[in-house]
Design a protein around this ligand. Sequence first.
Ligand code: CA
Length: 762
Amino acid sequence: MSEKKFLMPRFSMLLAIASAITATSFATAASAAEYLVKSKAEYQKVSSSLHAGDKVVLASGVWNDFEILFYGEGTKDQPISLVAEEKGKVVISGESNLRLHGKHLLVSGLVFKDGYTPTSAVISFRSSKTNYAYDSRVTEVVIDNFSNPERYENDSWVMMYGKRNRFDHNHLEGKSNKGVTMAVRMNSPESQENYHRIDHNYFGPRSILGSNGGETLRIGTSHHSLKNSYTKVENNYFDRCDGELEVISNKSGFNEFRGNVFFESRGTMTLRHGNDNLMENNVFIGNGVDHTGGLRLINKRQTIRNNYLEGLAGFRFGGGLVVMNGVPNSPINRYHQVEDSVIENNMLVNVSHIQLAAGSDQERSAVPITTSFKNNLIYSDDKRDTFTVYDDVSGIDFSGNVLNDVSKPTLKEGFENQSLSLQRGDNGLMTVANPADTKAGLKEALDPITKSDVGVSWYPKSDRQATFGFGAERKLKPGQDTLTNAIKAAENGDVLALAAGRYSVSKLIAIDKSIVIKGVSADEVTITYERGALFEIQQGGNLKLESLTISGVDSPDSSGNTVVRTPRRSMLSNYELIVEKSIVKDLDINHSFNFLTVAKGTFADRISIIDSKFSDVTGAILKLEQENDDFGIYNAEYVDIVNSSFDSIGGAIVDLYRGGTDESTFGPHLQVVGSSFNSVGKDKRNKSKSSFRIHGVQVTDVSDNVFENSAGIAVAHTVAEPVTVIKGNRFISTSAPSVVELNSDKKNTAKISGNKFIKGKK
Ligand code: CA
C-alpha cells in the first residue's frame, strides 16, 4: 500500500482505518494528515492550512529556487512537521531559504547546498517582523557551502527569533561570505528571554574571512546586550571555525555554554557584552595552530569554570584566557569593566598566552575588579610563564592556583609553583599523573563530545586535506599549449611534471582546482605566454609553481600585464599561491607588469615565494592593496618571501594594505627572510615609493635581508600593538625603514634592531 499521496492525507492510524475520504474535507484540528509533496505548487497548496499533527513530506530530489514558508499552530504532543522523504536526499538549491512561524513546528532532514539565500538568512525562525516561531525545532538539517557568491554580501545561515526554540543535530559547514553563521536575535520583546537551546550541532570549517563579520555564533547584539537571553549552547563541536577573532560572540545575559568542543579554531569564545553568563565544561584543543584561542572575558558576574584548554597558540585578544580592561562609563557597544566574575578550576595545558587587563589603553582604563581567579592549573612543558599583565590586577583575587615550575612567575600571590607530571587519559585530555599532587584544575572530569556525536550521521564531515599534491602525477612534454591542455584535463590535486624544454601558452589558463606545475629544474624548463596573464586562479583554485622559469618575453606589448591574477570580480574561496625554486624574468615588455595582480573581494590564505629569483620586472611582485576602503578588509592572510632574490623591480615587492581600525582579524602576516633586493621600487609609477608597503599588517618579520639601491620599507600601524620586527638587515644606499602610528599617541611598538646602514657601493 502506498502510504503517501499528494493531497491524500494519511490520518493517524485510528482515523485512517475508518476513513477513505479526501484531505480537504478532513482538514480539521482533530485530524493529522501526511502530505507527500513533489512540487513547489503542491507545497504552497498544502502549507496554507496545516494543523496540529500534520506532516509535510518533501519528495526526494533537488528543489531549485525554493523559498519555503512553513507555518501553523502545532501542539507539544502534535507538532506540525516538515520532513524529507529520505533524510539527506532532499536537496534545496539555488536561491532558497526557509522561514518558519507559529508554534510547535518541526523541520528535519533537509540539505541546503549549491545555492544561497536571496534574503538575510537561510533559516529564519520568523517569517516577518510580526510573525515569530515558538517552541519549534530544526534538527538534522545540513547547510553546506550555501554562501552568497559575493564575498562581502552579508547574510547569515541561521537566525533564531521567538522563544523556546531548539536547533540541534545540524551540520553547518563552509560559510565563506560575510556574516555570522548563526545568530540568536533579540531585537524585539518577542525574541528576548527566549530560552533557546542550541545543541549537538556540527559547526564545520569556516575559512578565514579577512574582515570582521566571520563569527560562527552570536547571541544578541550590543544594542540589546543588557537584556537576557537564557540560551543554552551545549555539546556542540566547533571544527576549525576560522572566520575571525570571535568564534562565538556572546552579547546578552544569562546564557550557558556547556560541554562544547572547539577544535583547532582560530579565535575565541568571547563574552563580549551582557552579564551573568556561564562557561562550563568546555574543551578547547588548539594543537599549536596559529591563533587558536580560548576564552575572552568582559562584563559582570560571568563564570568560567571547569574548562579544559590545550595547545592554544593565540595571543593578544586571541589568547588562551583573556581578561579585558573596560572603558569607564562605557557606551553599550564598547567594553564594560570586568566585575564580580569567577574563573575557577580550569585546566590550561601548553596554552601560550594568558592575558590580564588586556587592551589597556587611554580609553580602556577600567581594570578588572571584585573578580576571583582560583584553583586553576596552568601547565606548560617548557615551564614558561604564560601570563602577561597589562595593567593593575589588584582587583583580581588569586588563590589556590598552580603553575608548573615557572622560574620567575609574573604573579606570585595565589599561585603555587609545583613540579607536576601529566598523562593523557582515555578521554583524550591530560590529567595530573598523581591526583594527590594538587587540587587545582578540573573539579569534575570531562568526557568531551566527539565529531561523530554531533550533526547527522548521513552526511560526511570535513577532514583536513593537504592543499597540494594529493592527486596523481601527470608527465608532460614541451610544446605549444601542452600545458594548457594538461591543466584542463587534470583533476583536483594533480601534479604536472614537466620535462625539459619550452612550453608556449597561447591562452589564459584557468586554475579552478589545486594544481602543482613542477619542472625538472628551473634552468631546463621555461614557460612563455602570449596573453596579458598566464594563470587566473578561480573559485576552488590553488597553484604551486616549482622548479620552473617563467619569462614575459612573449607577452603583449601593453601595460598592466601580469603572470598570475585572480578573476576581476570577488571570489568566495580562499586560495594559495606558492612559488618555489623558480625563476621569473623579463616582465618588462611594457610598464606596470606585475607578477601577481588581485581584485577587490579576493583573499589568499597564503602566498609564498621560496628559493626563487625575480629579475627585470616593471611592476610589483605581489600587489595586495585592493581593499582601499579602510573597512578592515584585506587581500591575503600570510605572505612569505624566503631565501629569494629580486633584481631590477620597478614596483614594490609586496604592497600589502589593510585599512581601518577594526580589531577583529588576525592578519595580514608578512614574513621576509634571508632575501636580497637590488634596485627595487624605484619606478616613477610605484605610488607607494617603497620596496615594501606594510599598511595595517598585524604581524611583520623582516629579518636578515640585504637591500641595495632600493626604495625603503614603509610600515604604517593602524591598530594597537601590531607585532613588527625588522632586524639583522643590511641597507646599502637604501633609506632606513619608516614606521608611523596612524591611530595611537603611544611610541610605536615596532622592534627595529641590529640593522646595518651603508652608504654607497658595498
Ligand atoms: Ca567580530
